[in-house]
Design a protein around this ligand. Structure first.
Ligand code: C2E
Ligand code: CA
Ligand code: CA
Length: 401
């Protein structure tokens, strides 16, 4: 076991802030260094830092430039941003750090209270993806390798449970594809979906994911677990007018009811040929298959999609849900999305439910379904029945406690 104290660096040109943060952090058990100058920061920066607390406004290099620097050295430290500006500046800096691949532990509004600082520093860090799932890839992936992987069926589906909030019942699972590479380990979809689209392989990939999802759904059904399965499809790839018929054929082959399949549309904008896409989407729904708008709120056309498309589920993007408690703007977006879905009589799903507190918040707003690490990460098909037993036991214990 590693007994070394976690290392924290505080960067602020105000000495009294550095002293205050150092005092609180040392009491919690951190080994603290503080610096007041951005040049010194670059000299002192080391990869073994666990947390870096950065003031956004500093002479020399400001917080935004430090964020850029940390991203350029691929820093793995957790970042805490602080500022005396109004909150929207803090949140947009956090969004920037997020988008540059940094892990933001929290934001602090100046003047800082002991309470808010302790809350952030006490919070145990959560990896973006559970460690059992992640493997770093080494070297770039080529289109040929991916084509072979699809042919050799090296692509496997993992499934993440979606839970009905009022009843706590498992309603469906989302199929999330992974590449079980013989040498490179488990490769995540963000590392090969774009390549599949560019290389013209996405159709074959989708077909494999669908076949596996329907086969697994049939397998669970034979064990008495009747749930829906959701499959991700990028709107860009919705070009084939026969796609709804192909879906129907696959459902019949697997002896599944169309209502057991959910198609999650992952692209935020309609393609140029709206009528073509609407033709396909409408026929999917007419066959009794469910349609979900994924990542709602992230694309400029989300509302247009909702208006024009025949959707019956709206998935609120995890970038809003994750920050619902600390970011008032994110809260408004989640609340408004849930209101939208209610008024349009469609189901709302919050993805990125990472904690009990986030669950409580979306429950209070009247959200229908929750998905996220608080419930379960994506797991293999065989693990689903085992997970379900454990989940039911947990609910029983909870209601009897
Ligand atoms: P998505 O559809 O938004 O899927 C949800 C992603 O969020 C998954 O990442 C999931 O593991 C992650 N996630 C789930 N709960 C939490 C949480 O509580 N906190 C956080 N931070 N993350 C959470 P994953 O599996 O890496 O998938 C990434 C994206 O790849 C998916 O985003 C989807 O757009 C795409 N994708 C996955 N499978 C397929 C597929 O078969 N076809 C296509 N076209 N795209 C796919
Ligand atoms: Ca999805
Ligand atoms: Ca999503």
């Amino acid at each position: 076991m590693n007994n070394k104290a976690p290392r924290l660096l505080v960067v602020d040109d105000e000495d009294d802030v550095c002293e205050f943060v150092s005092f609180v952090a040392r009491n919690i058990g951190y080994e603290v260094t503080s610096i007041s100058d951005s040049q010194e920061f670059i000299e002192q920066y080391s990869h073994d830092l666990n947390i870096i607390i950065i003031d956004l406004t500093m002479p020399g290099m400001d917080g935004v430039e430090l964020i850029r620097y940390l991203a350029s050295v691929d820093s793995k430290a957790e970042i805490v941003l602080m500022s005396g500006f109004d909150l929207s500046v803090l949140y947009s800096a956090r969004g920037l750090a997020d988008s540059r691949g940094l892990t933001v532990k929290g934001v602090l509004e100046k003047p800082i209270s002991i309470d808010s600082l302790e809350r952030i520093l006490d919070r145990r860090s959560k990896p973006r993806v559970p460690s059992s799932e992640t493997k770093k890839i080494s070297g770039p992936i080529t289109a040929d390798e991916l084509r072979q992987a699809i042919n050799n069926k090296e692509l496997v589906n993992y499934y993440q449970p979606k839970i009905d909030i009022p009843s706590h019942f498992l309603t469906s699972v989302e199929a999330l594809v992974r590449w079980q590479h013989p040498d490179k380990g488990l490769i995540m979809p963000d590392d090969f979906i774009a390549l599949a689209e560019e290389a013209g392989l996405i159709k074959d990939l989708t077909s494999l994911v669908l076949d596996n999802a329907l086969a697994d759904c049939g397998g669970w059904k034979s064990k008495g677990i009747v749930i829906q399965v959701a499959v991700n499809i990028s709107i860009k790839t919705l070009t084939d007018l026969n796609f709804p018929d192909q879906l129907q054929k696959k459902l019949i082959e697997h002896k599944l009811d169309p209502s057991q399949l959910i198609i999650e549309i992952t692209e935020s904008a309609f393609s140029d040929d709206i009528s073509h896409v609407l033709d396909i989407l409408t026929r999917i729904r007419m066959k009794g298959i469910h349609l979900s708008i994924d990542d709602f709120g992230t694309g400029y056309s989300s509302i247009q999609m909702l208006h024009r498309g025949p959707f019956d589920e709206l998935k609120i993007d995890r970038s809003f849900v994750q920050h619902i408690q600390t970011d008032p703007n994110a809260h408004v977006i989640v609340e408004t999305s849930i209101d939208f879905s209610k008024k349009m009589n469609i189901k709302s799903v919050a993805e990125g439910v990472e904690t009990q507190e986030i669950w409580n918040s979306v429950e209070k707003l009247g959200c229908d379904v929750a998905q996220g690490y608080f419930i379960s990460p994506a797991i293999t098909a065989v693990e689903i029945p085992l997970w379900l037993v454990a989940w039911k036991q947990k609910q029983l214990l909870h209601c009897c406690a």
